[in-house]
Ligand binder design. Structure first.
Ligand SMILES: [Zn+2]
Ligand SMILES: [Zn+2]
Length: 363
């Protein structure tokens, strides 16, 4: 097995089966090319044949070279559903032929952080798929700690809707709604109406806030946000978002401000609109430091939270999606064959022009 780990580039060991995969080749370079089909490396592994996968904003960061942990030759992608192809000898929950949801977070269930349900920082996993190990934008993927990192899919499920549970729904819910302590009657602002902001918008409504204000620069996304339950929308390219939020809240600001972009300017909007006693819940992936305005915030009794999704809410969200209490499929705007993934990337990279939220890739 050491041999597998030492393989580089396109060198194929003898007797290995091949598959197609989306491979990162350094900043700005990617290819849909042949790679060795993954094999069981540990008894707790499963090999999953991908049925459906999608592209995350994080994948675009990786392709730009913003995530230095991702090395050349890595297969990216951390979302999807598939069929178990093979299991290691220690996998107890799954067998060949089972349909499974792949969690973006891999967790052993045994380490100190897993025992605290902080799976995002599992000492033997965490966010490794499509990051530190090969990911899901491929015909097959190896999933470590399969018992704890996969979820069984009942027959007859809408698997396209379930792909939204790999990452964006638990991320929006845990990092935004739960950390932001959205409560009945509260006022909420969501800064950023991409797929994650939309996931916040859908799951914040579990708690019946009185106002959900969505802020973005894309009129199409704001129009979609209205249909998803936003009570107000603000186009921050055309108007002063802070002034508008203060006007809409009688000068008080919002109880929860959720940052779903990852830029200094959008975090500063959250700092300026949070009410006394309120919460700023960060979700965005930040590549730069952001100004922290302690000169105004020190006395306001606010809480600022950060989090990488733990996926502890996935079983609950799974039931909600299955029952259609939220229609997760409406986050999917485009469909492609997995073989046409480069075309799908082109659409997702121009999400504004293409009016794209999530792009669905089907094998
Ligand atoms: Zn993601
Ligand atoms: Zn662990």
């Amino acid at each position: 097995m050491t041999f597998v780990l030492q393989m580089r580039g396109n060198s194929f060991p003898p007797n290995y089966l091949k598959m197609k995969a989306l491979v990162y080749h350094g900043a700005g370079k990617k290819a849909w090319e042949e790679k060795p089909k993954p094999v069981i490396a540990e008894p707790t592994d499963a090999i999953v044949k991908i049925l459906k996968t999608t592209i995350c904003g994080t994948d675009l960061h990786i392709l730009k070279g913003d995530v230095p942990a991702v090395t050349e030759g890595r297969i990216i992608g951390h979302e999807g559903v598939g069929i178990i192809e093979e299991t290691g000898s220690a996998v107890a929950t799954f067998k060949k032929g089972d349909h499974v949801l792949i969690s973006c977070i891999t967790s052993c269930g045994k380490c100190a952080n897993c025992k605290k349900a902080m799976y995002s920082h599992c000492e033997n996993g965490g966010w490794i798929l499509g990051n530190l190990i090969d990911g899901t934008q491929a015909e097959y993927v190896r999933i470590p700690h399969a018992d704890n990192s996969l979820y069984p899919i009942p027959a007859g499920s809408d698997e396209e809707a379930l792909v939204m549970l790999s990452d964006i729904l638990p991320t929006g819910f845990e990092c935004g709604v739960l950390n932001g302590k959205v409560s009945p009657g509260d006022t909420v602002a969501i800064v950023g109406a991409g797929p994650i902001g939309m996931a916040v918008l859908l799951t914040a409504q579990f708690y019946t806030p009185s106002e959900i204000i969505v802020i973005d620069q894309d009129p199409n996304r704001l129009a979609i946000a209205k249909t998803f339950g936003a009570t107000q929308t603000i186009n921050s390219a055309r108007e002063n978002a802070v002034e508008r939020v203060m006007a809409l809240t009688n000068g008080k600001g919002v109880d929860t401000a959720i940052e779903a972009v990852g830029l200094p300017a959008t975090f500063e909007i959250c700092e300026a609109i949070v009410a006394d006693g309120g919460r700023i819940a960060n979700i965005g992936v930040h590549g730069k430091s952001v100004p922290l305005h302690m000169e105004t915030l020190w006395s306001k009794n606010i809480t600022i939270t950060t989090r990488l999704v733990d996926t502890v809410s996935t079983p609950m969200l799974f039931k909600i999606v299955q029952s259609k209490k939220i229609d997760a499929k409406k986050l999917v705007t485009h469909h492609y064959k997995l073989d046409n993934i480069l075309e799908a990337y082109d659409t997702f990279e121009h999400a504004g022009k293409e009016k794209a939220l999530k792009v669905m890739l089907t094998a």
